[in-house]
Design a binder for this molecule. Structure first.
Ligand SMILES: Cc1cc2nc3c(=O)[nH]c(=O)nc-3n(C[C@H](O)[C@H](O)[C@H](O)COP(=O)(O)O)c2cc1C
Length: 226
């Protein structure tokens, strides 16, 4: 009983703390008059600025998917390449996210760069990347990550940590001294973007939000209310 009371008190302290957190965003502004006409160029500009500002884990973004039974799900992934409106990431093709994509390839990636008070949301359709692309990326991964790809049944339930460690030991022994090929259940996805939103935090929660919608092969630029 005492334990529960102490714990509830701690919870209310934590809740009080987070409910009082207030950050005013003052670092920049964003206007429909100064964004680039093309969202891929605007994305590249903001990514470049984020790299220059040494944003932590600049390549990390939240990938949202929707399952066959219409349940949304999100997790962090690393963006590994972008070119025009194509955004690449790599994963296990048997994972939860891959199962979601197989039944509904509408996805969304979201970046949050607190150091710049910026958020970018990109919607699009996900397709498996070519074998050449997946092979090329797998090849440049560190050897331990290659072994990890062979060893982890991503998203499956496992009894305990030891199970994973044992598979890794067996896989490492089997592959010792050999070049490691990409498992066929591991590779890239390319998200072909059809919607972008650039968000710049502003004072008093009156943030700037500029979105680009693809209409008849042209990008329409509009402002959204914060
Ligand atoms: C910073 C960070 C980067 C990650 N990058 C990837 C990635 O590029 N690919 C990937 O499959 N999982 C990545 N993960 C792990 C995923 O968040 C997730 O746990 C895993 O992909 C299984 O997700 P799923 O069961 O929804 O498919 C990353 C996690 C973090 C925190």
């Amino acid at each position: 009983m005492l334990y529960i009371c102490v714990n509830l008190n701690k919870m209310s302290e934590v809740n009080q703390h987070i409910s009082k957190l207030r950050e005013d965003f003052l670092k920049g502004t964003l206007s429909e008059n100064d964004v680039n006409l093309f969202p891929d160029i605007q994305f590249e500009k903001w990514m470049q600025e984020a790299i220059e500002a040494k944003v932590t884990e600049v390549q990390a973004c939240t990938l949202s998917t929707v399952s066959a039974d219409l349940k949304p799900n999100s997790r962090i992934i690393y963006l590994r390449e972008f070119a025009k409106h194509d955004f690449y990431f790599y994963t296990n093709f048997n994972s939860k996210k891959a199962q979601d994509i197989a039944s509904n390839n509408n996805v969304c990636i979201t970046f949050f760069w607190p150091e710049l008070e910026r958020q970018i949301r990109i919607e699009g359709k996900a397709f498996k990347a070519s074998d050449e692309k997946s092979d090329a990326y797998f090849k440049v991964r560190p050897r331990d990550s290659q072994i990890g790809a062979w060893s982890s049944p991503q998203s499956k339930k496992i009894a305990d940590r030891n199970v994973l460690e044992e598979i890794i030991t067996i896989t490492s022994n089997l592959l010792e001294g050999k070049e490691i090929k990409r498992p066929e259940y591991w590779g890239g996805y390319v998200i072909q973007a059809n919607y972008y939103e650039f968000w710049q935090g502003r004072k008093n929660r009156l943030h700037d939000r500029i979105c680009y919608t693809l209409e008849n092969q042209n990008w329409k630029i509009e402002r959204l209310a914060p």
